[in-house]
Design a protein around this ligand. Sequence first.
Ligand code: 5GP
Length: 190
Amino acid sequence: MKIPTIVILSGPSGAGKTTLLNKVFRKKSIKENFIRSISYTTRTIRPKEKNGRDYFFISKRKFLSLKRQGFFLESQRVLDNYYGTAEYFYEQAEKENKNLILCIDVKGGLYLKKKKKEGKIVTLFIAAPSELDLFKRLKKRTETMRTIQKRIALAKKEMKVSRLYDSIIINKDLSKSLKELEKVLLENKN
Ligand code: 5GP
């Protein structure tokens, strides 16, 4: 049994992580070698999201109870909500002889990089080309102005931490970013 490599994808909300991940997972080379986790969150579901596909949407009470039981490989509070990666995705990757991709915030990413003793951890930061670009993308999601402001303030903090990541993709051109992402993933698969 191979020890899965964990690839951590972080970056501001609206930088295009999810779009890139969805696209890269259409490729056979990626599907054959990777699984991606679906996080648990206490945030409210957005109009186009689906429970069990985008996230498992659960109450704060349930989340904290799962956390106490040791259900999460890592979990963090991001803005006003909790997010967590279930341990069983790592076990699933192990069983299937695949590697695991997590799309998590920088605190979770750096925590895992420190904590995981065995196997390789690769950190990849996806950035938006500019603050204006990020603003436009967040606005398209019909977020409230208050939420957008909070997310942009967080994005600025995250950008500062991005230097601690192994590599960074500035997502200006989607097809170029997609190629870069595929390359990083295939170079680092176990
Ligand atoms: P959003 O609410 O925009 O979907 O996500 C907000 C932030 O939480 C993003 O940076 C996203 O990557 C992060 N996030 C999503 N799932 C997890 C998780 O399981 N753990 C951690 N630490 N962060 C997560």
